[in-house]
Design a protein around this ligand. Structure first.
Ligand code: AMO
Length: 432
């Protein structure tokens, strides 16, 4: 329907005939002069109609327009230094493709600030705002960069089932569903399947996965439906091999975000790309750093939100936005975690500006040890028979990680997790 997006029209096109299509962002009627601002995916353009010059039919149609209606405009480009970007369109024909009702549920011109619930309830309109759509354009770019990075590193993209028979991460945070006449669950992660892939010979796999987590948390960093880069690789010496891939992936994604110039300028933001290598901190050292600031965490416990945030501040003061924590106590990590010594494991987390954005590690590949760890975690072995079987007939040493895309986006832009997910799922939100 269109020959150009608004942004492509420039002064050099003076006199050319173009076709544009989009939403009526604003209408101003000054009697003899009528201004329309047309908004499309890429920006805005002014349409100027003049009594005596513009066709009567077009003038009457402009009078009948409501804000946010969808229109198609055929017109001539005109240089005008007084118009935004020095150009306007002189309309020859306008057609209404879809008329918008009024009043509008949300003000797209941002003159009235709506609260988050109203915005999310009307997300289809919220995303019409350029600074909101910019978020999802950056999101698309970093996902593309991540996928290309991994394909370039010889990883194979897979798809694992989301309807499964047992809790993939153990624990109780699962959504039960009815599967014909049996109980099933929504997958908490591809964990069991990506590990099973390691014994297939396809020894480097990844998935852009959805995690379903029945966590009760109601915070600015937790959702019940999560997107993540989920990866597994075999023939590793130890967790450092996995951390090096995560380092490359996350830095490639942050770098791509930093290159989204137009979006960042709409958002009035700049993104600093951290330098390689990402600092490695030992769990015990982290406890010391926190204790120095008055936050005591008993050995063996995971960091709570407050200490994650404090650690982020401590590291910021040392000039590090992003950091690994390794050598976690084995018992604080899931059953599949490879122990390093009696107390420590080969699991790691990746923190970015005070929030965990990824966790992973080397896994147990020995059948007997894995069965023992399942028992230690009080997980019924019968539910994991299909998974355990893949460890009995040739399973190479392996490891992997999950990198939360929503978490990475929220930390990149310094906003709540709900801002970076189109239709977030939390305890209160099931529609739209
Ligand atoms: P974990 O449970 O730590 O590990 O999840 C990995 C990453 O996913 C993101 N994430 C979440 N983001 C928002 N809301 C949530 N409720 C939420 N839960 C998780 C975080 C987190 O770091 N199987 C392991 C990964 C692995 O070892 O390969 C796992 O799922 O960014």
């Amino acid at each position: 329907m269109r020959t150009h997006y608004s942004i492509k029209i420039n002064q050099g096109m003076d006199g050319e005939e173009v076709k544009l299509a989009g939403w009526v962002h604003e209408i101003r009627d000054l009697g003899n002069l009528k201004f329309l601002v047309l908004r499309d995916r890429e920006g805005f353009i002014q349409i100027t109609a003049k009594k005596g010059e513009t066709d009567e039919k077009v003038l009457r149609l402009i009078d009948s327009l409501s804000k946010e209606s969808v229109i198609e405009v055929k017109g001539r480009v005109k240089k005008n230094e007084k118009a935004p970007r020095g150009i306007e369109i002189f309309p020859v024909e306008i057609h209404i493709l879809s008329k918008a009702d009024s009043p509008l549920p949300l003000d797209v011109t941002q003159k009235v600030d709506a609260d988050m619930d109203t915005r999310l309830n009307n997300r289809f309109m919220d995303v019409r705002k350029p600074h909101i759509s910019a978020i999802f354009r950056i999101r698309s770019r970093i996902i593309k960069a991540g996928r290309e990075f991994l394909l370039g590193e010889n990883f194979i993209e897979i798809t694992s089932p989301k309807i499964i028979a047992s809790a993939s991460e153990g624990g109780t945070d699962v959504f039960p569903i009815s599967y014909f006449n049996r109980e099933a669950f929504l997958a908490q992660s591809p964990q069991l399947y990506k590990q099973m892939m390691m014994s297939t010979g396809l020894d480097r796999v990844f998935e852009i996965a959805t995690y379903f987590r029945a966590e009760e948390h109601d915070t600015r960093r937790h959702l019940n439906e999560v997107s993540a880069f989920d990866l597994e690789m075999a023939f590793i010496r130890d967790e450092e091999d996995v951390m090096n891939v995560l380092e490359g992936l996350v830095l490639a994604m942050i770098k791509e975000a930093s290159l989204c110039e137009r979006e960042l300028s709409v958002l009035k933001q700049e993104i600093e790309v951290p330098k390689k290598p990402i600092k490695r901190l030992n769990y015990e050292h982290v406890l010391e750093l926190l204790a120095r600031e008055g936050k005591e965490i008993p050995w063996g416990e995971d960091l709570d939100t407050e200490s994650e945030k404090l650690l982020g501040e401590i590291m910021r003061d040392q000039g590090e936005d992003i950091y690994f924590i390794k050598g976690y106590p084995t018992d604080a990590k899931p059953f599949y975690t490879m122990p390093k010594d009696e107390k420590h494991s080969r699991a790691f987390d990746l923190g970015y500006k005070g929030v965990e954005i990824s966790s992973g590690g080397q896994r147990i590949h020995d059948y007997n040890l894995l069965a023992e760890r399942l028992e230690f975690h009080n997980i019924e072995r019968e539910n994991f028979t299909f998974y355990l079987k893949s460890f009995r007939y040739g399973m190479p040493p392996h490891g992997g990680f999950g990198l939360g895309i929503d978490r990475l986006m929220m930390q990149l832009l310094g906003v709540s997790i709900r801002e970076v997910v189109l239709f977030p799922r939390d305890r209160h939100r099931l529609t739209p």
